[in-house]
Design a protein around this ligand. Structure first.
Ligand code: FUL
Length: 690
């Protein structure tokens, strides 16, 4: 080759190799460094532990005696060890809730641990917890309720100084704070230093938030401020534990304030938001935020907790899971078991990433440094991108052999903004592309769950994006079926329903009490069981062949022919077979009765009673009498009488047996109610026949 030409060619080669591809420009509102750190934490814990723990209510009035706060065995390390084991990265404590009781020895009020007998006034829960966090390497945050139903100054400008002093104490004396949590509930009735009155405030302006935020920025510049509308982290608009599928980390922030009426918009954010304000999904592991012994059996189940995870972390939100710490000062063992079962299942769900070693190709890329190799390199700072002018594109993940998948995880490179508006996932099965999902936003992280599919390749297509898409990570998994016992139910007509959780599972059952693993038949549709029978059901994972624990429910005769003869409105709810519906009847005095016609003469050897299962159950019968009659008029003496022990704390099924008697009518008589209310309530009443 001509030397000149060779020289020119090599210059050209060197120049083009060195040519820098221009990086994409930021688009729209961007996260701050503190918000980025926060979003990467993904899963945090909330602790509601304060005066209400000892008064057994959710909102104290503020007039409580500080001595009532008295944990018998406070063990903050137990809380933090539990969190660490469960994969939780940071925790937030209710340093002060609406009743104004302070968990630290504040100088601002006498309504605190300093004035309680607990540890002779030398205790400091905030200190013990922050120390435990330091020891185990978790981040620490505080909840300081703006509303203070104890403080005499609440509602006046002087209270704002008290509130800010409290904030200063918390932000100065306990090390690094990652989040400061301001609740939206503000103003109303309260003790207020003994005034016992209603005090409303202008939620938008009373607290002069901008100047309060300045204190936080000055004392803890890395702390994220949580409020209904941010400024750093926003409320997700519900306490049930979900963000919407479409979830923008953007918000028209300056229009949102505590108590903003359009709070439902917070569940999706605003596509045209003016500020970066990601959503935090706060939800309690029990029905209440505070501990109530009566909710010991109402801890969320594994399927419920998994749904919350996939609907928060899996939808571009952070999960803030609340533990109502008990009166000992421990996370209750039922709650520990529940969170650990969730953590263990998630470890299984995300065990082997099948995209990690896959070959990924793209329809288009921006050029060197922005190729598809960035999608599975485990580096969150590298990303695949298209040229500026192209706002769509697809990548194909080619697996070395067909593999079963049911999870798709994808992340945008958010430091330059949230962009993707529409995307699809397809699987290549038997020589053609099959649509798996058509979705909208991605954001920091999006995880899709779908029915297992055996795919040779997976295609991820961005259909629409506000600017060139920047994708930093893609992962593929095959999560095993959730091996919890299936749910069995039977309605009034005797129709039995069996429900399995999770995908890829067969359901097997028997109605004779025989082992469902050995003798079970495949459940395909609801079936009728009018008479007595013991239904057993089990889940069999299709791919591993493993079995779940077996669910067993003993049924007596169905209530098909039953009619309530004496009872008020909606009395049918006590015999409809649905534990979630309940019936209540009030009386002027006890006894209060419900009479049921069984529609046939039966040999009765016992009865069952399930109290109201709702959050604030009422009419829970404490002492009872139970009668059987042939004609519904002559009742004679009760065939059973006594009390349902511990029913206030544990509203579970009660069963009483007695010498068999023959009859067609039954009467349950309430002789007292757990709260002294003159009411009989029942979710279900049943009989035990011979
Ligand atoms: C609510 C409060 O009123 C509840 O008591 C609880 O603290 C929850 C996290 O926020 O709005």
């Amino acid at each position: 080759m001509d030397m000149k030409l060779l020289f020119a060619a090599s210059i050209f080669f060197v120049l083009s190799a060195c040519q820098e591809i221009t990086p994409p420009k930021p688009f729209g509102p961007l996260p701050s460094a503190r918000q980025l750190d926060y979003q990467q934490m993904e899963f945090n814990a909330f602790f509601h532990f304060n005066m209400n723990t000892f008064t057994d209510i959710e909102w104290g009035s503020g007039g409580e005696d500080p001595d009532i706060f008295n944990p018998s065995d406070l063990d903050c390390e137990q809380w933090i060890k539990t969190c660490k084991d469960a994969g939780i990265k940071g925790v937030i404590i209710t340093a002060k809730h609406h009743d104004g009781f302070c968990l630290w020895p504040t100088e601002t009020t006498k309504h605190s641990v300093k004035y309680s007998k607990w540890k002779d006034g030398k205790g400091d829960v905030v200190k013990e917890l922050s120390d435990a966090c330091k020891k185990y390497g978790l981040k620490f945050g505080i909840y300081l309720s703006p509303w203070d139903r104890n403080n005499a100054k609440y509602g006046t400008p002087e209270y704002i100084d008290v509130f800010r002093d409290q904030l200063r104490e918390l932000l100065t004396n306990y090390g690094d704070i990652f989040e400061v949590w301001f609740d939206g509930a503000n103003g109303g009735t309260g003790y207020y230093g003994g005034a016992n009155e209603k005090r409303e405030v202008d939620r938008r302006n009373y607290y002069d938030w901008p100047n309060t935020y300045k204190i936080i920025r000055e004392l803890q510049p890395k702390a994220n401020i949580f409020g209904d509308g941010g400024p750093d982290v926003r409320w997700v608009g519900n306490e049930q534990g979900f963000a919407n599928k479409t979830n923008w980390s953007l918000l028209r922030r300056d229009g949102v304030y505590p108590g903003w009426p359009k709070y439902k918009e917070l569940t999706s954010g605003h596509e045209d938001g003016t500020h970066w304000v990601p959503a935090e999904v706060d939800v309690s592991i029990r029905p209440g935020w505070y501990y109530h012994a009566s909710e010991d059996h109402k801890v969320k189940s594994l399927p419920q907790l998994l749904d919350i995870y996939y609907h928060s972390v899996g939808r571009n939100g952070t999960m803030l899971l609340n533990f109502p710490v008990d009166r000992r000062g421990h996370i209750h063992e039922n709650d520990v078991a529940a969170v650990m079962s969730m953590a263990n299942q998630l470890n299984k769900d995300f065990k082997t990433d099948m995209a990690k070693d896959a070959t990924i190709t793209a329809s288009v890329d921006r050029g060197r440094g922005y190729g598809t190799g960035n999608l599975n390199d485990g580096n969150r700072d590298s990303y695949w991108s298209t040229p500026d002018s192209i706002t769509s594109g697809s990548v194909v993940i080619e697996l070395d052999e067909p593999k079963v998948i049911n999870r798709f995880l994808v992340q945008e490179y958010i430091p330059l903004g949230q962009r993707v508006q529409e995307f699809t996932i397809e699987a290549f099965v038997d020589g053609r592309w099959r649509m798996i999902a058509k979705e909208t936003t991605i954001g920091y992280k999006r995880i899709l769950r779908f029915e297992p599919v055996e795919a040779e390749k997976v295609r991820f297509t961005i259909m629409k994006s506000k600017a060139c898409p920047l994708i930093s990570n893609i992962e593929l998994y095959h999560a095993p079926a959730v091996m919890v016992e299936p749910l069995i139910s039977r309605n009034k007509r005797g129709v039995v329903f069996i429900k399995a959780f999770g995908e890829s599972a067969d359901l097997l059952y028997t109605v004779t009490g025989k082992d469902a693993v050995k003798h079970g038949v495949l459940y395909s549709e609801p079936f009728i069981l009018k008479g007595k029978g013991t239904v057993k059901a089990v889940i069999r994972d299709k791919s591993s062949g493993k079995y779940s624990p077996v669910a067993t429910v003993e049924y007596d005769v169905s209530k098909d022919k039953w009619r309530v003869r004496k009872g008020g409105k909606r009395s049918n709810r006590a015999i409809d077979g649905n534990p979630q519906s309940s019936y209540h009847v009030n009386g002027d005095k006890f006894p209060i009765d419900i009479v049921i016609d069984l529609g046939e003469i039966l040999n009765i050897a016992g009865f069952t009673y399930l109290p109201d299962q709702s959050r604030w159950s009422s009419g829970v019968v404490k002492e009872y009498g139970f009668y059987v009659s042939m004609n519904g008029k002559d009742w004679g003496r009760p065939v059973s009488e006594g009390e349902f022990s511990n029913i206030k704390s544990s509203t579970v099924w009660q069963k009483k047996e007695f010498e068999p008697v023959t009859g067609r009518y039954i009467k349950l008589q309430a002789l007292s109610e757990v709260d002294g209310v003159k009411r009989l309530g029942a979710a279900e009443i049943g009989v035990v026949t011979e």
